[in-house]
Ligand binder design. Sequence first.
Ligand code: ADE
Length: 224
Amino acid sequence: MRIDILTILPELLEGPFSASIMKRAQEKGHVEIHVHNIRDYASGKHKNVDDYQYGGGAGMVMMIEPISSVINELKAARNYDEIIYMTPDGEILEQAACNDFSLMKNIMILCGHYKGVDERIREHFITREISIGSYVLSGGELGAAVLVDSVVRLIPGVLNDETSALTDSFQDNLLSPPVYTRPEEYNGWKVPGVLLSGNFAKIEQWREEKAIERTKERRPDLLK
Ligand code: ADE
């Protein structure tokens, strides 16, 4: 899979992909992540990427030209399954969409800033608009990092134990059951006996019950 991210703040995306699972996924060749600085495509002495909005009002708007230059250059080189715009008024990111994205070959992600991008970019280039939650971030970069992380870990082969992505919370509309590790007892707090029983059928049954119980308690909306 190839992911191209368009941003005016590439330094915000240096950390999230350079450690742990995201780093290994790139090293093993499961994903290529390319970050493009939109300012490199801006013209003029000042390399402006934003301007005042027509009609007046506070806040700058990201201009069409530099963004369309990057998008057109990338589109000329390959086909994109989706060109995604990160925005608080997009569809809220859910696991089902992450699963869909993880099967795609090439995706492009545009990060907005200030008041957002000129609406014509959204009308003519963007195929999908994604929000990571009902709150406003300073820009789309952290949202893009969340989206990429949630998608890349689902690419077959990225996680060592393939089943571990399948047993994630949300994969079957259930939250995950509680987990425990050594010591067996700490401060008088004991690990549930069934997990030490060695009876795998019983353990599976216990985990399923706990997953349902937890989902009923915390996210009853998932059970509908
Ligand atoms: N940009 C600003 N806020 C955002 C959000 N909640 N999700 C995605 N992109 C954003």
